[in-house]
Design a binder for this molecule. Structure first.
Ligand code: COA
Length: 295
């Protein structure tokens, strides 16, 4: 089996597939752009000529990310503090973007919350929190940006997941939220298509080096054997998702809308074969121990 390091390469090496300036003059608005895959997508899109606004709750993290993104791409990056659950803060972020850059061409609805919890340990507030960040946050982002994206005949990428296509234990909240995100994207594709707007879903599998992977992967003595879970011999890297994002916004995808793109190296198709026992029958205490790596 090939080792993970044999596959890992900075994403910009593989995005050399695309011409440098395909996004020259374009503007990206990305929620959740301060870290993880959304930051990686933003960097890849900026490297191809776009300016960007990154939106998040933590201003310190956003400021640092915006500085680093500008330095690595040579493009302007605006940090805009907003909570996607608060429509007014998102509207302000959009306004700032229009004042700074004059337009919005591309939107990534990426802000998300996640943690592992069996439904028996999931309070109503915990369930609602994730629905509000992922689903309501996507709705709020759409409402704030659609008038501008119509003007540029732009495009949306909604960040979803693959875990709700089958039952995934400890993910009731996220599964419900992401199923709704998929549905929203499809409706936008159909409703906004006549205005020249495209909308697709990008559904990452396990992506190494992200907070999501860190939070969601059970840690334990068998952690080193996980490569067997990956048909391509490795988990995804941020560059894999970034490449897919560049493609979906690029002129090469002009006639692609209303689709779900899994970027998971076929993990989802293998998953049902390799989970050795029904995790959901474990005692909640055992589940928490497993999540913390004690089992
Ligand atoms: N298990 C069970 N419930 C949990 C939990 C866990 N691991 N983590 C949070 N909750 C519950 C809280 O107890 C609270 O419910 P309660 O009021 O009934 O006690 C509810 O969820 C809200 O939590 P709170 O921390 O107040 O909300 P928040 O808005 O500050 O943050 C998240 C919630 C989900 C956004 C937070 O966990 C987070 O910041 N995650 C990082 C983002 C992330 O996961 N990114 C990767 C996405 S793949």
């Amino acid at each position: 089996m090939a080792t993970l390091s044999a596959f890992v390469a900075p994403f910009h090496e593989s995005t050399a597939t695309f011409k440098d300036d395909i996004f020259k003059g374009k503007v990206l608005f990305c929620t959740g752009g301060g870290s993880g895959i959304c930051r990686g997508m933003t960097e890849a899109i900026m490297k191809h000529g776009a300016k960007a606004t990154i939106v998040g709750r933590n201003l310190e993290r956003l400021n640092k990310a915006a500085e680093e993104l500008s330095a690595s791409t040579g493009q302007k990056c605006l940090p805009a503090q907003a909570d996607v659950r608060q429509p007014k803060t998102l509207q302000d972020a959009v306004q700032k973007t229009i004042e700074a850059f004059g337009r919005i061409d591309f939107v990534i609805c990426g802000a998300a919350g996640n943690f592992l919890a069996p439904i028996s340990g999931l309070s109503e507030n915990a369930f609602r929190t994730v629905i509000e960040i992922d689903t309501l946050g996507t709705y709020n982002t759409l409402k704030a940006t659609i008038p501008h994206v119509r003007k540029t005949k732009g495009a949306y990428i909604h960040i979803s997941a693959t875990l709700h296509y089958r039952g995934t234990p400890f993910q009731a909240h996220v599964s419900a939220a992401k199923a709704a995100v998929d549905a929203l994207s499809t409706v936008i594709a159909v409703e906004e298509g006549p205005h020249g707007v495209r909308s697709n879903v990008l559904a990452p599998g396990a992506i190494s080096g992200t907070e999501g992977m860190d939070r969601l992967s059970a840690k334990g003595p068998d952690a080193g054997n996980r490569d067997m879970l990956y048909p391509l011999g490795r988990p995804g890297i941020i560059g894999d998702v970034a490449n897919a994002g560049v493609f979906l916004f690029s002129p090469a995808a002009t006639y692609i809308s209303g689709q779900v793109f899994a970027v998971d190296g076929a993990q989802e198709h293998l998953r049902s074969l390799v989970i050795p026992y029904p995790l959901s029958v474990l005692e909640p205490k055992k589940i928490q121990d497993m999540i913390k790596g004690k089992l």
